[in-house]
Structure formats: C-alpha cells, structure tokens
Ligand binder design. Sequence first.
Ligand code: SF4
Length: 291
Amino acid sequence: MDQPKPDWLKIKFNGEKSREYVEEILRKLFLNTVCEEANCPNIRECFNRKTATFMILGRYCTRNCTFCNVQKKIPLPLDPEEPGHIAEAVKKMNLKYVVITSVTRDDLIDGGAEHFANVIKELKNIGTGIAIEVLIPDFQGNFNALSKVVEAKPDVINHNVETVPRLYPTVRPMAIYKRSLEVLANVKLMNKDILTKSGIMLGFGEKEKEIIEVFIDLRNAGCDFLTIGQYLSPSKHHHPIIEYIHPDIFEKYKRLAIKAGFKDVASAPLVRSSYHAEQMLEGFLQNDKKD
Ligand code: SF4
C-alpha cells in the first residue's frame, strides 16, 4: 500500500526512563517478549509503564502467519528455567497483571501446554494475587493439552482468531478458524469461571459483514473480551496493508461488539491483544462486584 501512514497511527511518546530497566531484566533472565519480537508499536509506552508480554517456548515459530514478525525457524529445546525466570522478572518489575504468550510449537506433542502450566504455577507461587492472562496457540485442537492450561487456572485465557475466515489461507495458512473457536468454547466447557478473550486485526481487506459474523461466532463460543486493532505490516515481505481503518470505524465496531454481548471491548488503531489488558479484567471485576 503506497498510502502514507495516517496521523492517528503516528505515536508521540517521550521518556525512555524505564525502558532500559525492563530490557535489562529481560536480558539478564534470558527472557523474550512478543513486544520486541513482533515489533509492537506500543512497546515504549508499555515498557515505561513497566509492563511487558512475555513470550515463552522460544523465539522460533513452527507456523507462517503472513502478518507476523516472529521468526519462522526450527525451534530450540524448551528452557526448563524459563518459568522460574519469568516469576523472578515479574517480582523485579513488581507486576500485578502478567500476560504470557508464546510462539506455536507444533513440533511438541502437547504444543507446550505443560510449559504454560508450569509458568502459571510459578507465578501463583509468588503469592501476591497477581492476575494472569495467557495468550495461547490452538495446540492443533489437542484438548488434553488445553486442559493442562485450564487446570492451572489463569484468570484470562486469550486465543486470537486474528481475521475473518475467508482470509485465513493468505493471513493464517496453518490455522483453522473453526478450530480456534473450539479452543475458546472448550475453555468454557472445562472451567466456566475462566474469562476468555480473542482479538482480530483490521486492514487485510475484510468486509463489515464478515467482521460482525466473527463477533457472533465468538459470542457463540462464550468469548467474554475482544480486542480490535489496525494491522501494521512489519516489512514489505509480510502481508500488505489493504486499508487503514479510521478511528471512528473502530468506535462503531466497539459499539456493535458490545451489542453482540462482549463484557468488554478494546477497539482502536493501536490496540493489541494485551494492550492495557489489566483494565479489561479490572473493569469486569468492578462491574461484577456491583451486580
Ligand atoms: S503462530 Fe503466532 S508466533 Fe507463529 S507466526 Fe503465527 S502469529 Fe506469529
């Protein structure tokens, strides 16, 4: 797309004082973040708020989503120290809300589910009432694997559908839309108290009707929270940006998604899966108390 980036996507941010602090902790503990690997536009803001989304199961993914900046290489063996290192970083950063995501490891029998559970257990052992959100892969539809994560009882389980089903062949070729819905639905079947969340990006050429159908499909899968953001291409080798969506359209989709029944929706050009994730849970718990 030759169109210049619109103003609403230009980030004005000053002050890097805490960023180095966060980066130093991450490097000392051999930890990865999706913030850095995916070149997230919000990294400066989040690192300065001393928050980050930890990426586990290594830096190399077995899939080839065309929007994603994560490296596609033969993955390395899992680091058994990683769960402990994440707990250490969380203590050092004094985080109250932790988001854990991962690459997809189709090379592992359980897709890394046990490792996710170990990270959650380590975080719960810190014992300061940290809220935990995990952004999981689809474990290739292996629901025994999924149950390991559910049994570890994170507060929120997030699994992104990313885009509308018609575009899966070009955007998420190794994923299956229906399978992703089943992952979310099965979390609720396994434990209805766990909040579920999903996310889509706009700008791949999807139509409004298709987006609303995704809202309905996610609600039918019992999904509680939704994030909607603008796709930004990491490089010219990645999926092109077909359209820059105006902030007013994001507002309209927020209203439509709330109407569809989501408990909360974050919808704006720079919204990402875990951007201000803690506010969604806090907002829900406050409302829940009122009821
Ligand atoms: S599965 Fe996740 S990490 Fe892997 S390429 Fe797709 S979006 Fe990126």
